[in-house]
Design a protein around this ligand. Structure first.
Ligand SMILES: Nc1nc2c(ncn2[C@@H]2O[C@H](COP(=O)(O)OP(=O)(O)O)[C@@H](O)[C@H]2O)c(=O)[nH]1
Ligand SMILES: Nc1ncnc2c1ncn2[C@@H]1O[C@H](COP(=O)(O)OP(=O)(O)O)[C@@H](O)[C@H]1O
Length: 219
């Protein structure tokens, strides 16, 4: 796959001499499927991979830190970011706004990093339009019942927030086939291995491999 660079949006970027560019990976799946868990394992093994930090109007959960898990902002602050073109993509999810700050992402990609955007379906679709070379991965749950059990077990969302997430989950799961790669998160260890493979395998290389002959060549 060709590397993905974020379109330049200022003069300094346009004037820069050519540098290695990294790849962008979009990572999507219904709330509670285990995206955060899978990424923690992946980043534990590959600390060079960067995770984009989103802006959100959601209230911080217990243990979440501003600037580490999210940039927690007010709705007017978020709307100002949108108006100034500061976000690569953004969407409303379960009553809150979420978006990807453009500048830090450009910086990481330009420095040659692999960067992962953990974002919901609408945002993934926006990135597919603006940066079609970004690899898109979708995580599936073993079942909708198991998904709800995981959200409840996590114990961090109100009943209302869980109901909104479950309603959205049905729509998101139906869109899984739009993504380049689907990973079933049933056995966690297996799913982490599949994620590693999805991130580190270059699909264009595989696509250009000659197919093996059906019968061994005659000598
Ligand atoms: N479009 C978009 N979605 C995001 C962004 N950041 C997080 N999300 C998604 O917003 C949804 C809700 O995230 P969160 O409130 O942390 O809940 P959780 O997924 O249940 O842990 C998830 O599907 C995230 O992937 C972003 O920058 N843009
Ligand atoms: N393969 C798995 N099997 C069982 N439970 C899992 C698995 N993956 C994640 N979980 C659990 O599911 C819950 C939701 O995971 P989380 O990573 O927060 O999901 P997401 O980031 O997609 O919202 C957590 O309690 C987590 O420990």
């Amino acid at each position: 796959m060709p590397s993905t660079s974020v379109p330049p949006n200022d003069q300094a970027t346009k004037n820069r001499v050519s540098q290695p560019t990294g790849q962008l990976i979009v990572f999507t799946g219904p709330s509670g499927v285990g995206k955060g868990t899978l990424l923690r394992h992946l980043l534990g093994q590959h600390p060079d991979i960067q995770l984009s930090i989103s802006a959100t109007t959601r209230q911080p959960r217990e243990g979440e830190e501003n600037g580490k898990h999210y940039y927690f902002v007010s709705r007017p602050e978020f709307e100002a970011m949108v108006a100034q073109g500061d976000l690569l993509e953004w969407a409303e999810f379960a009553g809150n706004l979420y978006g990807t700050p453009r500048k830090p992402l450009e910086h990481m990609i330009d420095r040659g990093h692999t960067v992962i955007l953990e974002i919901e379906l609408d945002g993934a679709r926006q990135v597919r339009e603006s940066l079609p070379a970004a690899r898109q991965i979708f995580v599936l749950p073993p079942s909708v019942e198991e998904l709800e059990a995981r959200i409840r077990e996590r114990g961090q969302d109100s009943d209302d927030a869980i109901a909104k997430r479950m309603a959205r989950a049905q729509i998101e799961i139906q869109a899984a086939s739009e993504f380049d790669i689907q990973i079933l998160n049933d056995d966690l260890e297996l799913a982490v291995k599949q994620l590693e493979l999805a991130v580190f395998t270059q699909p264009s290389t595989a696509a250009h491999q000659p197919s093996p002959p059906e019968t061994p060549p005659q000598i």
